[in-house]
Write a protein that binds this ligand. Structure first.
Ligand code: XMP
Length: 322
């Protein structure tokens, strides 16, 4: 539509002006809508002088890396470098349970990996710009916008190191999610990317309540894949904003399975409905869908013996648990 087309034109002109005739930029792709749309905009503006970097931080959901490597590259033809940083993130997160500390560590490691990628790309030229898909709500909630309250450090706002080596390019900084989706469609990105439900940059790292370990990630990844599969096959993807699955890794409860007593972990289902993530309501999922998710998770994920439903709106709860 007319307004979206003019946002696109305006942003492309601004990006060209900021990056100049021969500046180069790198963009971290998270697999989410925001970074994909930001990257596609910058690619329109500067073409081959953009290189995208996808960091596999080990905090991804099942199938996510393949989706970025396949769908996004197919749609845009962008230069993509994938970095396997799983060990690095796990090491940096070892022993850390505090949510804000996790977010800061993940934000910092992201940037370090980008800086390394930039050094590796030196042969092609100087990459001095970093593209980020920061949205208006991220800016507000991290205390950089109209509100003074720092609710959470979104990894791409409050989590940046002070000695940042890059100049930031943030073409979505004034937009809300629905506008970003329209811009994505305008740029020709496929529905699978544009209508993808939001997923936080810090990934499963902030959906494990407690320390993040490889074993816990595996448990959560399995439970999350089941929930997503069942929601999709029930045709509910467009009715919910997103449905985080949260592992209460430090909590155990007694259960019974077969002839035996179990002492496993609960997972929380957090289905929410929202317009822009600033406020949200819990989604009234059909009981039969909840039942299928619960039965499958407790049968298929050995360490999980209880599935609970979060029925809190935002406010007072946030969408993510950390
Ligand atoms: P909260 O938990 O603040 O989440 O109600 C609002 C929306 O933002 C997503 N979220 C993030 N997205 N980096 C992101 O890119 C982050 O650090 C981050 N934290 C939360 C969350 O999934 C929800 O859609």
């Amino acid at each position: 539509d007319w307004t979206t087309a003019s946002i696109v034109d305006e942003q492309i002109a601004k990006i060209r002006e900021q990056i100049g005739e021969d500046g180069r930029a790198i963009c971290g792709l998270s697999g989410g809508v925001d970074s994909a749309v930001a990257a596609a905009l910058v690619q329109r503006a500067i073409g081959e002088r953009l290189t995208c970097v996808f960091v596999d931080h080990g905090l991804l959901r099942s199938g996510e890396r393949a989706q970025v490597e396949r769908d996004f590259v197919a749609a845009t033809g962008v230069n993509l470098v994938t970095v396997d940083a799983r060990e690095r993130f796990l090491t940096a997160l070892a022993g850390v349970s505090d949510p804000e500390q996790k977010r800061k560590i993940i934000g910092r490691e992201f940037i370090r990996v980008f800086e390394q990628a930039e050094r590796d790309l030196k042969a092609e030229g100087d990459y001095s710009f970093l593209v980020q898909g920061t949205l208006y709500p991220d800016v507000v909630e991290s205390g950089g916008g109209a509100s003074a309250a720092n609710i959470k450090s979104h990894h791409n706002v409050g989590g940046l190191p002070e000695d940042l080596q890059f100049e930031l390019v943030e073409p979505l900084r004034l937009l809300f999610k629905d506008e970003v989706r329209r811009v994505g469609l305008e740029l020709g990105l496929p529905e699978t990317i544009v209508h993808r439900q939001p997923f936080p940059g810090p990934g499963l790292g902030i959906r494990i309540i407690g320390e993040v370990t490889a074993e816990r990630l595996e448990i959560l990844r399995a439970a999350d894949a089941i929930a997503r599969e069942e929601l999709t096959s029930a045709g509910l993807d467009n009715d919910i904003w997103q449905c985080p699955v949260v592992l209460l890794a430090d909590v155990r409860s007694v259960g019974v399975q077969g002839d035996g007593r179990t002492y496993g972990h609960p997972v929380v289902l957090r289905p929410v409905s929202s317009e822009d993530a600033m406020t949200a309501d819990w989604t009234r999922l059909p009981y039969d869908v909840l039942e299928r998710i619960s039965t499958r998770i407790t049968n298929e994920v050995a360490e999980v013996n209880r599935v609970v439903l979060d029925v809190t709106s935002k406010p007072p709860g946030t969408i993510e648990w950390e």
